[in-house]
Design a protein around this ligand. Structure first.
Ligand SMILES: Nc1nc2c(ncn2[C@@H]2O[C@H](COP(=O)(O)OP(=O)(O)OP(=O)(O)O)[C@@H](O)[C@H]2O)c(=O)[nH]1
Length: 406
């Protein structure tokens, strides 16, 4: 298939080049034949028709004029046709060039005003840029010439190394299936600041078979910040910054699953402030908030990094202690109780008040094997501590199954 197409293309080119020469040759030959025929036959004809030498000479002269006039008219028509054709071709070319220039200008304006950077790059380890739009300056801090052909830096060196491997895999898959790709990754700008970008592109096959990537890169740092802010809002208690009830419940399920899988213990501490209402009533709600914040920080500082702490509501806090048995949990709870009772809590106006806490303890699997059962057991234990006079630690009762066991 391919060679025959090539040869037919070659023939077309050959025919195109030969046409003007052939046409000119044909025209010259025709002129020659007509001229010779005219000279040969017209002379004989007029000699036969006008035997008188004087008339013959006059006719010969007019015949010469007629020939010049006729050939001049033909030449005029042919030249006029050709010139008109050339002129309309030139006008067409001019119009096409203008349209092309206009489109280039429009494209340039579009490129320069894109919210990000348009690019054309090789699919190689450097992501070698062949073209980048002016938006490159806003996005990366580099001039387009700095990035093109890796003159100053390669685009790959700006990409967060942890993201690069996934990016290559995603682009490879998209190119193989002929689809466009979307990527999100971190980028380091020229001034060292880090931004998040979103890229959408597509692989384009060149005439020589190599794949070139074309697309656009946008700065999505604001969106990312908003997303993490929203995630923070969805998982954190706004007053204390601790996990909220929903997030801590999720953490509890996760930790309980891990405890079950590895057959390890897990403890829950249920903490409630003692006579907190008195603080609110005496010093005001804002002072109560200040105490809530200060005790939260104290509790946070007093547990391990693997432990999770959340505010379950009001002045109730829950701490998840993975891999902690009953005895260790009791020691931790005692330590927390003592810390809170031994330090005065600031009210936010320079004053401070003493505060105590009551703590209930429930341990997996002794006091329950599900999150609701453990929570209920720890909550009941906390009320037991309240009943015992507050500022103390109480253990949950052994759960039904354990109690029934011989
Ligand atoms: N300042 C402040 N107070 C809160 C907040 N949430 C709940 N409270 C208050 O916490 C108090 C809880 O009071 P109670 O349930 O009677 O308990 P208590 O006074 O601590 O008494 P015991 O728990 O029995 O020792 C109420 O006065 C609530 O208004 C909060 O976000 N900020």
């Amino acid at each position: 298939m391919e060679p025959s197409r090539q040869s037919s293309q070659g023939m077309t080119r050959l025919t195109d080049n030969q046409t003007p020469l052939r046409r000119a040759t044909w025209a010259a030959l025709l002129y020659l034949v007509v001229g010779v025929a005219w000279i040969a036959f017209s002379d004989r004809a007029v000699e036969a028709w006008f035997p008188d030498p004087e008339t013959l000479s006059l006719i010969q002269t007019w015949k010469g004029f007629f020939f010049v006039l006729a050939t001049g008219a033909v030449l005029f028509v042919v030249l006029l046709r050709q010139l008109v054709k050339d002129r309309s071709l030139l006008t067409l070319q001019h119009r096409q060039r203008e349209a092309l220039r206009k489109r280039e200008r429009q494209l340039q304006v579009l490129m320069d005003n894109l919210p990000g950077m348009a690019y054309r790059c090789r699919f190689d380890p450097q992501w070698t840029m062949l073209f980048v739009s002016q938006g490159c300056v806003r996005l990366t801090g580099y001039q387009p010439e700095d990035l093109m052909e890796n003159r100053l830096v390669s685009y790959a060196s700006l990409i967060n190394p942890e993201d690069n491997e996934q990016m290559v895999a995603d682009v490879q898959a998209a190119v193989a299936s002929g689809e466009s790709f979307s990527l999100e990754y971190g980028l380091t700008r020229r001034d060292g600041s880090r931004i998040w970008v979103w890229e959408r592109g597509r692989g384009v096959e060149e005439e020589n078979g190599t794949v070139i990537l074309e697309g656009i890169v946008l700065d999505i740092s604001d969106r990312k910040a908003l997303e993490s802010e929203l995630a923070e809002l969805a998982t954190r208690d706004p007053l204390t910054g601790l996990y909220n009830r929903r997030e801590l419940s999720r953490v509890m399920e996760e930790e309980l699953e891990r405890a079950r899988r590895y057959q390890r213990p897990m403890a829950l501490l249920w903490i409630d402030f003692d006579h907190f209402k008195d603080i609110n009533d005496t010093y005001g709600h804002a002072a109560g908030d200040s105490v809530l914040r200060s005790v939260s920080r104290l509790l946070e500082r007093s547990v391990r990094s693997v432990d999770s702490i959340g505010r379950f509501g009001g002045e109730e806090f829950v701490i998840v202690l993975p891999e902690m048995d009953l005895e260790e949990a009791r020691e931790t709870a005692e330590r927390l109780r003592k810390r809170v009772s031994s330090s005065a809590q600031p009210l936010g106006d320079g004053q401070s008040v003493p505060l105590t806490i009551s703590v209930g303890i429930a341990v997996y699997p002794d006091h329950g094997v599900s999150v609701p059962a453990l929570c209920a057991a720890a909550d009941r234990a906390m009320y037991l501590a309240k009943d015992r006079g507050r500022n103390c630690v109480a253990l949950a009762h052994l759960h039904q199954q354990v109690r029934k066991a011989p």
